[in-house]
Structures are given as C-alpha cells and as structure tokens.
Design a protein around this ligand. Structure first.
Ligand code: GTP
Ligand code: MG
Length: 360
C-alpha cells in the first residue's frame, strides 16, 4: 500500500475519490492530488474509514530474506502437561542455565541449544492468542506441539487443538507426555491419533511423534530435534532489515513501567525509540527487553521482546507496526480505536436485531 495513490485506493476500496480526500482532510493531513503517492499510514487509515482492512505485506516484497528460528506453540488437553513440558524445555536452554535458571515468565521464551540452534516457544495459555492471531489471518506460530498424556490418551481438547492447527495449516509435532507413568500406553495414543486422521510418521505419514516425560525430563532433546527437523523442512525465512512487523502475545500493566507488551517480531527489526502502533494503542518504545529481562536495543524476527512505552494495553494477537512520527502514531491509533468502536456498535446492534427477531 505504500506509494498507492488516492486514485488507486478509490479503485480498490470502491469509495469515491472525493470521500477519500475528505477523510484525509479530516485527520488533518494535506490533501494531495489523486495521483500523488500516499504514505502507508494514511492509506491504512483511509482504508479503515471505508471499512477495508489493509495488510502491510508489501514490505516483504523483493526484500532479502534470512533464516530465522521457528515459533512453536504448545497445545493439548487440560492437565496433559503443557506447562510442565514448557518449564522442562525452558530449563534445557543454555541461556537459562547461564542466568542461573532465573528466567522471566514472559509469554514466550527462546531455547538455545548447544548446537547453537534456537527455537521460540509461545507460553501457554497461548490458545486465546493463537485464535486471535488466526482470526486476523496472521498465524505467528510455525509449528504446534500437540501434547497428549500417555495414560489419558486423546481427549476433547486434543482434537480441538488438532483441528485448530490443521485449519491454520500449521504442521504438528506430537509429544506423548507422562511416559514415566506405569499406566502410560504411547502405542494406544498413536492408534487414537491415527484413527483421527493424523498421518503419523510411524504409520508412514510425516507427522513426527516423540515420547517424553516432562516430570523425569526424558525425551526433551528428541522433541527439540524433531522441532528443528520440522523447521528445517519448512525453510523459515524473514526479512530482517527495515521496519518491524510484530504480533502481541500478551500485555500487562506494570505499576512502575506502565503498559508492557510481549511481542514476537515477524519481520524487520524493532528498534528502541521508534513510534509504534500496537492494535489500537500507540507509543514510543522506551525500552526493549529480551526473554531474560535484559534491555536490548532491537528485536529481530522470531524473537520475543517485551516492549515498554505504549500508552495503553493492546490485546493478544494485535499487530505491531512502526510509523515515522508521533502524529502518525496518534492518528493511526485514533483511527483504529474509532474503527473498533464502530465494529462494536455494529455488532451490538446486530445482536439486538437478532434478539428482536427471536422475541417476535
Ligand atoms: P492446564 O494448563 O491446566 O491445561 O494443564 P497443563 O496441560 O499445563 O498441565 P500441567 O503441566 O499443569 O500438568 C498437569 C499435571 O500433570 C501436574 O500435576 C503435573 O505435575 C503432571 N505432569 C505433567 N507432566 C508430567 C509427566 O511427564 N509425568 C507425570 N507423571 N506427571 C506429569
Ligand atoms: Mg498449563
């Protein structure tokens, strides 16, 4: 959308040139001739006003792409050991060991293996964020680890997680957990998954299965290897130079530091001091922290970072974009807030109409 003219925007959105010019004037921007290029921010704002969502994918067109770590989400049935498995994986990290095991509980963490390879894990509960991001058409997750307890076997939420991943087109690696238990029956779990249509490696498919125990820390290296292999096959790459695009994984309010957003950079590099818009909130990045809580000056693709400096709390799944000036940040945030409010009112009135229909 960068460089698009009012003329082209009118053609794309179906709105009249005049109405688009009015919108631009209303936000206090100079109205250009319909053939002058617009900035991406103005183009987005105007598109939003006329009800069209723009995606900023153009940035990646023709850019140099470089290999990046995989972003992995752990999903599965309640109590099957997602949190335990993540904690165990976290402890295998070289950095965690060097930091004396004192890792921050951010919404995401990175495991760096002795081989030097990295894997980024989204912490549970990542379910909500995962759905929100999928709804926005931006699966931040490259791979899903489907955790199934070896004693319980496949349950309701196992199947839900499986269909979530499949609908998003995200490959699955199965971790059969609690294999230390006397009642563990990994073969039964494989049969169940196979019966549900998952094409397991053991049965000639390409979905890898690893038997683990989060409790006795068995099979964690095998799981990491399986994830690296899967990532290798996917040949994951991102643009590293240029403005960052990121996704919010979680956000919280810190008494001293204000709103803090944990985000995963999808492409480009996030730099301290930049103006950003995260969902409908804006701010200037005051500090960036890595997953160990250390301040850093930038965030690169697949790296979870904690961003300080937003004026309000964004939501899990919100996108983060970089803009050039404070005015634009304010304007975009204002525009997105108005759009959210409009959507909310529209939804409320639709629901009212539905209720009336029912009561008639
Ligand atoms: P929710 O977040 O509530 O959905 O659960 P979860 O999937 O995160 O499971 P969690 O890690 O909290 O583990 C649930 C229970 O299973 C806890 O009591 C764990 O100690 C136990 N557990 C987890 N992994 C293992 C394992 O490998 N072996 C055994 N024996 N117990 C385990
Ligand atoms: Mg849990």
């Amino acid at each position: 959308f960068e460089g698009m003219t009012i003329f082209e925007l009118a053609k794309r959105t179906g709105a009249s040139i005049r109405s688009l010019q009015e919108i631009i004037a209303n936000v206090g921007e100079r109205v250009l001739s319909e053939f002058d290029p617009l900035s991406i921010d103005i183009a987005e704002l105007v598109s939003m006003e006329v009800g069209v969502n723009v995606r900023r994918l153009h940035l990646d067109e023709g850019a140099v792409l470089q290999p990046r770590p995989a972003v992995v989400t752990v999903m599965g049935h309640v109590d099957h050991g997602k949190t335990s498995l993540l904690d165990a994986l976290r402890q295998t990290s070289v950095a965690a060991k060097e930091a004396g095991g004192i890792t921050q509980h951010l919404g995401a963490f990175v495991v760096d293996m002795p081989s030097g390879s990295l894997i980024t894990f989204l912490d549970t509960p990542g379910h909500a964020a995962f759905s929100a991001m999928r709804a926005r058409g931006a699966a931040v997750t490259d791979i899903v680890v489907l955790v199934v307890a070896a004693d319980d076997g496949v349950m309701q939420q196992t199947l839900e997680a499986m269909s979530h991943a499949q609908a998003a087109g995200v490959p699955i690696v199965v971790a059969i957990n609690k294999c230390d238990k006397p009642a563990a029956d990994p073969e039964r779990v494989k049969m169940q998954l196979g019966a549900e249509g998952l094409l397991l490696e053991d049965l000639g498919g390409d979905v890898q299965v690893v038997e683990v125990s989060a409790k006795s820390k068995v099979g964690l290296d095998k799981l990491e290897e399986a994830l690296l292999l899967q990532a290798e096959m996917m040949d994951l790459k991102s643009r590293i130079d240029g403005p960052a695009q990121a996704y919010v994984v979680e956000a919280r309010l810190d008494r001293g530091r204000g709103p803090l957003a944990t985000a995963i950079v999808k492409s480009g590099t996030l730099i301290c001091g930049q103006y950003i818009v995260a969902g409908a909130e804006w701010g200037r990045i005051r500090a960036i922290r890595d997953m160990l809580g250390m301040t850093t000056t930038s965030g690169k693709p697949a790296m979870p970072v904690e961003i300080e400096g937003l004026k309000g709390l964004p939501m899990a799944g919100d996108d983060v974009v970089v803009v050039n000036t404070e005015e634009r940040a304010r304007m975009l945030s204002h525009g997105r807030k108005k759009k959210l409010e409009k959507d909310r009112l529209l939804k409320a009135s639709e629901e009212r109409t539905e209720n009336e229909d029912i009561s008639e």
